[in-house]
Design a protein around this ligand. Structure first.
Ligand SMILES: *[C@@H]1O[C@H](CO)[C@@H](O)[C@H](O)[C@H]1NC(C)=O
Ligand SMILES: *[C@@H]1O[C@H](CO)[C@@H](O)[C@H](O)[C@H]1NC(C)=O
Ligand SMILES: *[C@@H]1O[C@H](CO)[C@@H](O)[C@H](O)[C@H]1NC(C)=O
Ligand SMILES: *[C@@H]1O[C@H](CO)[C@@H](O)[C@H](O)[C@H]1NC(C)=O
Ligand SMILES: *[C@@H]1O[C@H](CO)[C@@H](O)[C@H](O)[C@H]1NC(C)=O
Ligand SMILES: *[C@@H]1O[C@H](CO)[C@@H](O)[C@H](O)[C@H]1NC(C)=O
Ligand SMILES: *[C@@H]1O[C@H](CO)[C@@H](O)[C@H](O)[C@H]1NC(C)=O
Ligand SMILES: *[C@@H]1O[C@H](CO)[C@@H](O)[C@H](O)[C@H]1NC(C)=O
Ligand SMILES: *[C@@H]1O[C@H](CO)[C@@H](O)[C@H](O)[C@H]1NC(C)=O
Ligand SMILES: *[C@@H]1O[C@H](CO)[C@@H](O)[C@H](O)[C@H]1NC(C)=O
Length: 835
């Protein structure tokens, strides 16, 4: 590598002027050790070797290697990563017998290379970046070389893998952190079992595999085929099984494993240290330790991502329905070796199944390979070991096919031939799809029939309720009816729907992410149980809701509900990332919102961070869009029923995300009839018809939205219902100032300097329209969004806001409807399919 050739002339000048004080050198000899204030520079200037501190405050010195002309320093190799020189100066020297030594101020040996039989030794930094120890008499063979002991980086010319003759096992091991070079638990190694492949491991666990080398590249990294200017070299013989790469002169590239166990290939863009990430892994859902189980293919672009190979069926259909494919698939018809009618199904564009337990014979042709598989009763599949020139060589699987993935791009992946009985081969994919199509139709018909039934019933009930208004019995019936019928619909949706992917996390992952639910990570206590902050292995931050044991509900129902919520995806809704169900544990994992919730900013005691008007307007628009999605645009029609400031979370850019939708039906929602009669939600945000009669519709959410808008504008909380003095009620205050034509007087003092008058007035107007007493008068969210964005003229003058004062709290409800308490316990969601 001659990265130095691209060096700026002034830098070269700098080196020349430098050379007046110290001679540039690339060697260490017994008479000429290297103190920690000097560096070795390879003869063409590409690489430098010297002592460095991983951070400016660190007292640890390490001997490291970096590209001379790339700033900031990119350390690619560390000699003494486990043994820093602490609180002392350091020297690199070589003993007269060739042992490379790092010593501290008191000449204690901190690190040594361990090779002690070299005469006339010299240590030299080569242009490749390799630090070698050789005898001065012999320029060719190296007694020791840095390239044999990689750190976390593979640079051009360095080998990864096993050398049997020298007894070397070269692996990459990640730094513990960006300021600590000591080895972490993540490593990349050559797994030499079966057909060799690269593996990312964490401790003894295999996290990712590259797939075997197929002559062109690794079966699972087809991207490398498109790299120009690169040469990849995979050597597999009796002496060594190694992988290395070289680049043509103009390219500088390196492969690293980072502290989160992610392997990345970088390409230098310019010498100012700008590295372009060319490729990394694990990168998609199919990369992380096999999600699909035996005989299932993983395709990250499909939903669900796992699919049985044709001729196979899910081993555990119950789990399969819930996207848990870890049990994999089994043959529809068991192989009967003696019959002699078996054939092969071609599975195209695959990353070959795990090859750790295969037999490889490179001398066979593909035809011979097929014959060999047919003649071996245990043979499940075969593939060529070299795909070049139409394919040659033979890989035979006698164990199960695991970790099989397919690529979408036609240029990627290779054919795998899976043995199958004649009967299963005959069932071509077209019959399969016809079958699933007829399934789909069946489901659609059932859903439609149910919809019509539900609508008819709702119609009937509404009519009845109108007659018997204010009779509480009706309320109970209505509510429980919705819950029942909707659940039935959901079940069907789930087993039929094909577009949902919710990862089931295992408890261990969640535990390690939250440090075993440590108190330090606790964010708060919600109605269902504590919420923790966590960090996944890949660095992603998450919020973990651990449902209290008391609220545990049937497994099937729980999964059903969670899947339902997972279907709701919108940039203004908090996203459910996954869930965990193990034993008694019911855990929900959400994206983490660093900025807490809206109420902290609006009503927080300190109010230290003022939300300026543009941000508030953005928040209002975001909530409106999120709500519009829930009401109209999502496939399910969702009524949130508990919209309030504390349920609006804010991301790092202060984008609002509606949270906590739908939880109530999971917990304490309707196990008992008595519970359903509870009116859920938070007084202060509740529409009058809902608070008094339990009648809810999209328009009750619109009411809550209106309250929220007025709170955001005024920075004041809307008080609940039971205040004697009507005039302390926020809605009334805004309403009366509006009537007086002086609506701007209610605007939050702290934004008086930043607001846009027209926008504020428009928002107050929309807010008042939303909180009108009669549901018919309130706009739908679709028109709210239009009005807010100014795309629609505000022609309607709002009528008096609704304030349900007359209702007396019932004994059984008072506990759940105290004003201002977080009512997450009781918050609820209701679905209407159809309008
Ligand atoms: C390195 O340190 C030694 C002793 O402290 C000093 O004699 C020498 O001049 C220094 N070299 C440079 C390049 O600063
Ligand atoms: C290093 O030196 C600093 C201050 O001189 C001291 O506080 C610290 O304890 C020392 N660390 C070690 C490991 O000796
Ligand atoms: C050198 O290292 C040894 C062993 O770690 C330590 O005991 C000694 O104090 C160090 N000397 C200095 C000057 O730091
Ligand atoms: C040095 O010792 C190693 C084994 O420790 C041996 O393989 C090698 O051949 C020796 N080299 C010389 C020059 O004697
Ligand atoms: C190489 O090292 C890795 C990790 O240290 C280990 O898992 C693997 O078994 C070793 N391979 C050989 C051939 O010794
Ligand atoms: C090196 O690779 C670059 C990028 O692919 C190419 O443009 C250039 O011609 C190559 N140079 C040589 C000498 O092969
Ligand atoms: C690949 O590496 C082997 C030794 O590891 C070497 O003999 C061979 O020449 C290399 N091939 C290419 C094309 O660089
Ligand atoms: C490792 O790389 C991934 C992917 O680029 C990145 O998301 C993650 O933050 C990195 N981890 C560390 C500790 O740098
Ligand atoms: C590996 O394959 C052999 C047959 O080739 C089989 O007997 C053995 O059980 C397999 N090992 C595992 C762990 O599946
Ligand atoms: C062999 O397979 C054919 C086709 O699947 C089937 O019709 C026949 O019954 C099988 N014979 C035996 C002995 O299993």
């Amino acid at each position: 590598m001659r990265a130095f050739t691209g060096m700026h002339p002034s830098l070269i000048l700098l080196f020349i002027s430098f050379s007046f004080s110290i001679a540039i050198r690339d060697t260490v000899t017994p008479n000429n050790p290297l103190p920690d204030n000097e560096t070795l520079i390879s003869s063409d200037g590409s690489f430098s070797l010297g002592f460095f501190r991983p951070s400016s405050i660190s007292s640890n010195l390490y001997l490291g290697l970096w590209y001379s002309n790339i700033t900031p320093k990119t350390i690619v190799w560390v000699a003494n990563r486990k043994d820093p020189v602490i609180n002392s100066t350091a020297v690199l020297s070589i003993s007269t017998n060739g042992n490379l030594l790092i010593t501290n101020q008191s000449s204690t040996i901190i690190w040594s290379s361990g090779v002690t039989n070299v005469t006339n030794p010299v240590a030299q930094l080569l242009d490749t970046g390799n630090l070698v120890v050789r005898s001065d008499d012999d320029g060719q063979s190296y007694a020791w070389q840095g390239f044999d002991h990689p750190t976390d980086t593979l640079i051009a010319g360095m080998k990864l893998g096993v050398d049997f003759t020298k007894g070397l096992n070269r692996t990459l091991t990640a730094w513990t952190s960006s300021t600590d070079p000591s080895p972490s638990q993540y490593y990349v190694m050559m797994d030499i079992r079966g057909s060799p492949e690269l593996v990312i491991g964490e401790g003894s666990e295999k996290m990712w595999r590259s797939g075997p080398w197929n002559g062109e590249g690794y079966s699972g990294i087809p991207e490398t085929l498109t790299y120009s200017g690169f040469n990849f070299n995979f050597t597999n013989n009796k002496q060594e099984i190694t992988y290395s790469f070289t680049t043509n002169q103009s390219l500088v590239s390196r492969v690293t494993v980072n502290a989160s166990g992610i392997v990345q290939r970088w390409l230098l863009v310019d010498s100012s240290g700008l590295w372009n990430l060319m490729w990394y892994t694990p990168s998609d859902q199919c990369d992380f330790s096999p999600p699909c189980g035996p005989y299932a293919t993983c395709n990250p672009n499909n939903s669900p991502k796992c699919d049985c190979i044709q001729g196979f069926k899910p081993k555990s259909p119950d789990k399969w329905v819930f996207r848990d494919a870890t049990d994999g698939c089994v043959r529809k018809t068991p192989l009967d070796c003696k019959n002699g009618t078996d054939g092969f199904l071609t599975v195209p564009k695959t990353k070959l199944a795990d090859t750790w337990n295969v037999t490889v014979d490179t001398s066979l042709s593909l035809v011979e390979c097929k014959a060999k598989c047919l003649n071996t009763c245990a043979c499940n599949a075969y593939a060529p070991s070299d795909v070049r020139n139409g394919g040659s060589g033979c890989i035979i699987w006698t164990s199960e096919l695991t970790d099989l993935r397919v690529f979408v791009s036609d240029a990627y992946g290779q054919d795998l031939y899976v043995r199958m009985t004649a009967a299963d081969l005959g069932s071509s994919s077209s019959t399969n799809s016809r079958k699933s199509n007829s399934h789909k139709w069946l489901i659609i018909i059932i859903v439609l029939a149910l919809l019509i039934l539900i609508l008819a019933c709702i119609g009937g009930l509404l009519r009845r309720r109108r007659k018997r208004r204010q009779t509480r019995g009706v309320l109970a019936v209505t509510t429980s009816f919705h819950d029942r019928s909707n659940r039935r619909v959901d079940n069907l949706e789930l087993s039929g729907g094909n577009d949902l992917e919710l990862p089931l996390l295992d408890l261990g992952t969640v535990q390690s992410a939250t440090d075993h639910f440590s108190n330090a990570n606790k964010l708060g206590e919600g109605g269902f149980g504590p919420v923790y902050k966590g960090r996944l292995r890949n660095g992603q931050e998450i919020a973990v809701k651990r449902l209290s044991k008391s609220s545990v509900q049937g497994l099937v129902e729980f999964k059903n509900e969670v899947m339902l919520i997972a279907k709701l995806q919108h940039r203004n809704l908090v996203r459910l990332l996954g869930c965990c169900i193990e034993g008694e544990e019911r855990i929900l994992v959400y994206e983490y919102m660093p900025n807490k919730s809206l109420d902290f900013f609006l009503f927080g005691k300190s109010k230290d961070q003022v939300l300026e008007w543009p941000t508030r307007f953005k928040i209002i628009m975001g909530i409106a869009r999120g709500l519009l999605y829930l009401h109209q645009d999502s496939r399910l029609r969702v009524i949130h029923r508990d919209l309030k400031a504390s349920n609006i979370l804010l991301d790092e850019e202060m984008n609002p995300k509606i949270s906590d939708f739908g939880m109530a039906r999971i917990f304490g929602g309707d196990e008992a009839e008595g519970n359903t009669r509870k009116i859920v939600g938070t007084y202060g945000y509740m529409s009058p018809e809902y608070a008094m009669h339990g009648v809810f519709s999209q328009k009750s959410d619109v009411f809550s939205f209106g309250v929220l808008v007025l709170e955001i504008i005024t920075g004041k909380k809307n008080r609940g219902l039971y205040l004697a003095d009507r005039h302390t009620n926020l809605l009334d205050r805004v309403w009366s100032s509006w009537k007086e034509g002086n609506s701007l007087q209610v605007v939050d003092e702290s934004i008086k300097s930043s607001y846009d008058m027209n926008e504020v007035i428009r928002c107050i107007n929309v807010g008042l329209l939303c909180v009108q007493n009669h549901t018919e008068d309130r706009p739908l969210m679709a028109s709210v969004v239009l009005m807010l964005s100014g795309d629609s003229v505000l022609s309607t003058y709002p009528k008096e806001p609704g304030v349900p004062l007359r209702r007396v709290p019932h004994q059984s409800e008072s506990s759940s409807s105290k004003q201002d308490t977080s009512s997450t316990n009781e918050m609820s969601m209701t679905l209407f399919e159809g309008r």
